[in-house]
Design a protein around this ligand. Structure first.
Ligand code: AMP
Length: 359
């Protein structure tokens, strides 16, 4: 398919802040966005067209897709049926296979391990007996994670040495899960890449990510990651993208275990979409992750992913955003607010990127 010309419409399934920043990037290229979501959200303020509908209403999804030239998504829990319904009308990029893999931690771990790539030791846990077996094999400390619908540390329970495993099962609501050995990592990083329709792949600089209470707090570039480990991390992410025949921005979250580890990089999880750890690219790169995603799904040439500035991105969670006026006055700081009216604890209200031109 030739590149979609300016004036074309990109459909976005999901109406959150990622959709908002995608729509803003698309507008810069003269492309329109049509957002479909089950409720109004941050993307609705900036999209050319919006539709509110259930993701289970496949007729509604098909009618929406018919009015778009290509369809993408901004969250990985888009029901597969909705993605398939959209795909029956228009190309869906990235393809539904990426959703299928990323929606289920067990499928995801098996997929990554099946490519011969390194992951934390894991086992499938559906019952108490499975958990006892898994603990006997993997030992403690360990971390129990629901297979589906866990994010920002939700649906997870850590099992310390000597802890009662029954508690962990009830903490995650007795849902199908995986047990993972707790990895003693030095720090966390993520590879953000963009892959075009013809397979050309470009990378952003790899940020170092810090979490607070399971939620991303900061992403910093440059990271401390040694060049050899960074190269290995890029290779791993590219292998995953290739295996999925991926189109768009893919984020691969990883643990860095240190230069002395036999395998210094482990894959933690995939996000088949633009990612919070790439928000700094708006202010520190010529072409942001959002524009890269739009270019890729619209069949455009990829843009320059290089970084012109050092950057620290800090999420504004809950009432952090109340300090918007002071943040807006900070020199060298780019303030991004998502237009959410109610600051609930743990809710991502915006972010700031503190930039410094790199030497
Ligand atoms: P996840 O939802 O899998 O990204 O997990 C949320 C956070 O929990 C990660 O960013 C890590 O900080 C931590 N975590 C997850 N899995 C492990 C693990 N196997 N070992 C150590 N820390 C982990």
């Amino acid at each position: 398919m030739p590149a979609l010309p300016p004036g074309s419409t990109i459909g976005i399934l999901g109406g959150g802040q990622l959709g908002r920043m995608l729509a803003m990037a698309a507008a810069r290229l003269g492309l329109r966005c049509h957002v479909y979501s089950d409720a109004s959200g941050p993307a609705f303020d900036v999209a050319a067209e919006t539709t509110i509908g259930a993701f289970e209403d496949l007729g509604h999804i098909r009618a929406f897709a018919e009015r778009c030239d290509v369809v993408t998504y901004e969250f990985e829990n888009v029901p597969l049926g909705a993605a398939a319904a959209a795909a029956s009308m228009r190309p869906v990029r990235p393809g539904p296979r990426a959703l299928e893999v990323a929606q289920d931690r067990l499928v995801e771990k098996q997929f990554v391990a099946g490519l011969g790539l390194p992951v934390a030791p894991f086992a499938n846990v559906d019952t108490r007996a499975d958990l006892d077996d898994a603990l006997a094999t993997l030992g403690t400390p360990a971390i129990l994670k629901t297979c589906r619908l866990g994010y920002d540390g939700k649906g997870q329970a850590r099992i310390a040495d000597g802890a009662d495993p029954a508690w962990a099962l009830s903490a995650i609501g007795h849902r199908p899960a995986i047990l993972e050995g707790l990895v003693a990592f030095e720090y966390e990083v993520s590879v953000l890449l963009v892959r075009a329709l013809d397979g050309e792949t470009r990378f952003y600089d790899i940020p170092e990510n810090r979490h607070r209470e399971g939620i991303l707090a900061t992403s910093t570039v440059p990271s401390r990651l040694p060049p050899v480990a960074a190269e290995r991390a890029r290779q791993i992410a590219a292998r995953i993208a290739h295996a999925l025949d991926y189109v768009g921005v893919l984020a691969v979250e990883m643990f860095y275990l240190g230069a002395d580890a036999a395998e210094p990089i482990l894959v933690n999880e995939l996000a088949p979409r633009v990612h919070n750890s790439g928000h700094w690219t708006i202010d520190a790169c010529t072409v942001s992750q959002f524009e890269s995603h739009i270019r890729a799904v619209a069949g455009w040439p990829l843009g320059a992913t290089g970084r012109h500035s050092d950057a620290v991105m800090e999420n504004l969670i809950g009432h952090d955003a109340d300090h918007w006026a002071a943040l807006a006055a900070e020199p060298g700081t780019a303030l991004h607010l998502y237009g959410k009216n109610e600051a609930r604890p743990g809710r991502k209200m915006g972010h700031v990127t503190r930039v410094k031109a790199s030497g």
